[in-house]
Design a protein around this ligand. Structure first.
Ligand code: IPD
Length: 273
């Protein structure tokens, strides 16, 4: 892809994102090793934020913004601190995606960092802070893990598909999500709930999962992972032609997308609160 008006190519933005995300992941892991301190709750009693979420977000802001005047940062814990001008970069950060896994020491929590220009994500990286595994993509440049280009699952039928999903933190939303799942699980190979949307998307991108869907995601959960899945050749979309967003995100290889999409429409997966 050619240079964008920020003066940086997607490849250059990715280089910055990878450097910053690796350092952020090291901080998250170190804080986990030292002790989990200061656990607070957000939207509900089960929606937690740790001192590490906040420290990682601060570290990323300090690493990115002073060296790139004009850029903005949309972060899960601090919100959108800066409005960006047309053509400038908005960085989209989930400092620790999979915070509940982090709290319990399950090795599936990640730093997710994307660069968006004029509403389009052009570069993204997801680093599993527990393992160091790393997935990257630039728009038009493919999705990669450890030097290997990702192409998604080759599965073609829904009944053979391993499908991941996630649940919101609101009990009323979960009631509907559980009801949808109770019916979907009879039509697929099996269901996985790993607890970190960014990693679900990366696993779908590399074919470790066949597909993934979730209602209620925030932009920081799926900005980087969504680009990685798309660049691996998956269809990443909402239902009935809607763009992927908080109503629904489905990520599946083209051969599986239609069947999963239609099942989700039939089961009213985007419904409920
Ligand atoms: C959550 C995780 C989880 C998903 C939730 C997200 P957080 O993000 O990605 O897998 O099911 O919808 O909110 O709170 O750990 O950053």
């Amino acid at each position: 892809m050619s240079e964008i008006s920020t003066g940086s190519t997607p490849g250059e933005l990715l280089e910055i994102a990878v450097r910053v995300a690796r350092d952020a992941a090291a901080t998250a892991r170190r804080m986990r090793d030292e002790a989990i301190g200061d656990v607070q709750t957000k939207s509900t009693d089960t929606d937690v934020v740790t001192a590490a979420d906040k420290a990682v977000e601060r570290q990323v802001a300090d690493a990115l913004l002073p060296q790139r005047p004009g850029d903005g940062l949309l972060g899960e814990e601090y919100g959108d601190a800066v409005q960006v001008a047309p053509g400038a970069v908005r960085w989209i950060l989930d400092p620790i995606d999979g915070t509940v896994n982090y709290l319990y020491g399950l090795p599936q929590y990640a730093v997710s960092l994307a660069a968006e220009v004029d509403g389009t994500v052009v570069a993204g990286v997801v680093v599993n802070a527990a393992t160091g595994d790393e997935w990257t993509a630039t728009r038009g440049g493919g999705a990669w893990r450890a030097g290997r280009r990702l192409t998604g699952s080759t599965r073609t039928t829904l009944d053979q598909a391993l499908v991941a999903t996630g649940f919101g933190y609101d009990a009323r939303r979960r009631e509907h999500q559980g009801a949808v799942l109770a019916r979907l699980i009879t039509r697929v190979r099996d269901i996985r709930r790993l607890g970190a949307a960014a990693l679900d998307l990366c696993f779908a991108a590399e074919g470790t999962l066949d597909a993934y869907f979730e209602k209620g995601l925030n932009l920081w959960d799926h900005a980087a992972g969504g680009l990685i899945a798309e660049e691996a050749g998956l269809v990443v979309s909402g239902l009935s032609g809607a763009p992927a967003g908080d109503q629904m995100l489905v990520a599946a290889p083209p051969a599986l997308f239609g069947a999963l999409h239609d099942a989700l429409v039939e089961l009213d997966a985007a419904g409920g609160v």
